[in-house]
Design a protein around this ligand. Structure first.
Ligand code: ADP
Ligand code: MG
Length: 245
């Protein structure tokens, strides 16, 4: 039972107008694993993550979170989203709120957690992410890497079942990328289940249990990091990796 996938997608199809953006996508994410989505710009990585979080409605197929089919129209979508933490490329912190308020907002407003409990949890997370001193700072006083770590703390504050990260280092200056990736690695060591779209191939190779190469909305190749990076079977995967690494 505990090995059942946290996230499962079956034959997911997503179109925008005439263009098919996801085609017959199958995906299984086992508990406590990291799945890396790689592929060229426009291959469908963000759309896949947005479908998993029900930010986009799929045209066909089905998605399960644990044993619940979340694409069933009767499902409470807000309740599903409360179980999934999402961090995007641009750290979307609320600029008029302190770090602490950014992190405690959802637990207090959406999950009904008391202020004391939410703040205690937020301070614990900040400590863990190396931001213990920043609780009362406003986002514009933080570096990009610090802001992105706050965004991760905010996603963790509601104790999500699953974390979705979309190119979370893409907007950062190169010297700030490492501190964010270190946090992801620590989360993996803590047993978090994560799906991340990334252009950081070295990182994906290092941290991912499963790598999926997307090409024009198709999962063209998948396997362990060792398989996909070390011995890619598809010509297109080989070409993509040659170009990017
Ligand atoms: P990636 O994250 O891999 O760069 P995306 O999922 O963002 O890819 O995009 C996949 C394809 O879907 C692209 O061709 C993109 O132009 C298209 N697309 C994404 N979002 C929309 C949208 N809201 N409306 C129309 N087309 C979209
Ligand atoms: Mg994207």
């Amino acid at each position: 039972m505990s090995d059942a996938p946290v996230l499962r997608m079956e034959s997911v199809r997503k179109t925008f107008g005439d263009s098919v953006v996801l085609r017959d996508v199958d995906l299984e994410v086992a508990p406590h694993t990291v799945t890396a989505l790689i592929g060229a710009s426009g291959s469908g990585k963000s759309t896949l993550l947005r479908c998993a979080n029900l930010l986009e409605e799929i045209d066909d197929g089905a998605i399960w979170l644990d044993d619940e089919e979340i694409t069933d129209p009767r499902v409470d979508q807000d309740a599903v989203r409360r179980r999934i933490g999402v961090v995007f490329q641009a750290y979307n912190l609320f600029p008029h709120m302190t770090v602490l308020d950014n992190i405690t907002l959802a637990p207090r407003r959406v999950h009904g957690v008391s202020r004391e409990e939410a703040e205690a949890r937020a301070r614990e997370l900040l400590e863990r992410l190396g931001l213990g001193e920043k609780a009362d700072a406003y986002p514009d006083r933080l570096s990009g890497g610090q802001q992105q770590r706050v965004a991760i703390a905010r996603a963790l504050a509601v104790r999500p079942r699953l974390l979705l990260f979309d190119e979370i280092t893409a907007a950062l200056d190169p010297e700030l990328v490492g501190e964010v990736l270190t946090v992801v690695r620590d989360l993996k060591d803590d047993g978090m289940t994560m799906v991340l779209a990334t252009h950081e191939m070295g990182f994906a190779r290092d941290v991912a249990d499963q790598v999926c190469f997307l090409d024009s909305g198709v999962v063209l190749e998948r396997g362990t990091a060792e398989q996909v990076f070390g011995d890619p079977q598809q010509e297109r995967t080989q070409r993509f990796l040659r170009r990017i690494v």
